[in-house]
Each structure stands twice: as C-alpha cells, then as structure tokens.
Design a protein around this ligand. Structure first.
Ligand SMILES: N[C@@H](CCC(=O)N[C@@H](CS)C(=O)NCC(=O)O)C(=O)O
Length: 196
C-alpha cells in the first residue's frame, strides 16, 4: 500500500507523524472524498497543506527536508524528474504486467500478450539500469527520486521482472537497507497487525 512511500519520506526527513487508517465506509464518505477525490490512500495533511497522490506528497516533503532533496534549484529539478520518471515511465509498465498476471489468463493469445508487456517493461528497466551504471543512486546521493523508484521496483519482485537486472535489484536492496525504510515498513506492518 502506497502509504509506505509517505511513511518512508517522513522517516528520512525525521518528521514525526500520525497515521489514521480508513475503512471501506470512510473511503466512500463525502468528507474523505473532499480530501482524496478517488477515495484512495494515502492522503496527507499538516498545518499548511492538505494533499493526496503519493508522488505529490513526496515532492512536497522534499521541499521541506534536505534529506529528500538538495536545496539548490538544479538538484531539486533532478529529484522531481526522477519522481515523475518512476511514476510515469516505469510504474505504468510494471502495473500492466502485474495486472495481466493477476488475471491468470490461459491461452496462446495471453502468452503472446504477456511477452509484449514483459518486453516493454524490460526495455524501460534496461534503460534505467544503464543510467544507474555502477552508481549507488540515480544521482550523486539518495533522494526522494530513489525513494519512489524503489517503491516501484518493489512491485516487481514477485513477478520476476527484476531477475535479469542484477544492478537494479542491488539498487532496490541498497535503498531498502536504509534504517528509515525499515522504520516505515515496520510502522506500516504494525498498523496491519493491529487491524488484522
Ligand atoms: N496514484 C495514487 C494511487 C493510490 C492507490 O493506488 N492507492 C491504493 C492503495 S495502494 C488504494 O487506495 N486502493 C483502493 C481503491 O482504489 O479503491 C497515489 O500514488 O497516491
């Protein structure tokens, strides 16, 4: 669930936060729809802003903390670029393949279509891997761009799409090894355990 992105960014920044879980009824309520028009999570608010869309929330938090983005305009522009690249250029292809696999279609047409989707995704992942090269992060240091990219790559672990991209998988693991990620994941899992 994409609240992990927001929790992780808040942990990297060292900003304390409170999470409120919503249920199916809240999701449909007028008051929640005024906050998140599609009834989805995450949504975020603080003393200054009320927001939805995980990418927008992360970009907002990045303006508040150098842990997420450099202060200079050029460095910030690179962070926005990578956040949008993760969400617009990689995630749609990842989701196409994941949704297709979820449908468990069993026909020769399905096999052909899966190959097409997997190839499109692999082309994007190959380009990303080329960019990364032997670097640790997408730019010189960890930023919100790596944070979002890692959450997108995580979606691909189960379908095996990362198997042929060892550097990307190492990159994902490197980012997930950050203490802030562990705290965020633990907090998310704790919320699930409490409401299970
Ligand atoms: N583009 C949105 C997508 C949010 C999203 O997909 N949320 C999922 C959980 S990860 C959700 O609320 N699903 C329930 C629904 O769509 O009704 C974002 O990044 O915040």
């Amino acid at each position: 669930v994409k609240d992990l992105r927001v929790r992780w960014a808040l942990e990297e920044a060292g900003f304390p936060y409170e999470a409120t879980l919503i249920d199916a009824q809240d999701q449909l309520s007028d008051s929640y729809r005024r906050w998140q028009p599609f009834g989805q999570v995450p949504a975020y608010r603080d003393d200054e802003v009320e927001m939805f869309e995980s990418g927008a929330i992360i970009l907002y938090l990045a303006t508040k903390s150098e842990a997420l983005a450099p202060k200079d305009a050029a460095g910030r522009a690179r962070v926005s670029t990578w956040v949008m690249a993760a969400l617009n250029s990689i995630e749609p292809h990842a989701q196409n393949l994941i949704r297709f696999d979820d449908a468990h279609l069993d026909s020769s047409w399905a096999t052909e279509r899966r190959t097409q989707l997997a190839t499109k995704l692999a082309n994007r992942l190959a380009a990303l891997s080329d960019w990364l090269g032997d670097g640790d992060f997408l730019e010189e240091r960890f930023t919100a761009g790596d944070l979002i990219m890692t959450t997108v790559l995580r979606e691909l672990v189960d379908c095996g799409a990362l198997a042929q991209f060892a550097k990307l998988d190492e990159y994902r693991r490197r980012c997930e090894a950050r203490p802030a990620f562990h705290r965020a994941l633990e907090a998310q899992m704790e919320a699930f355990r409490e409401t299970a």
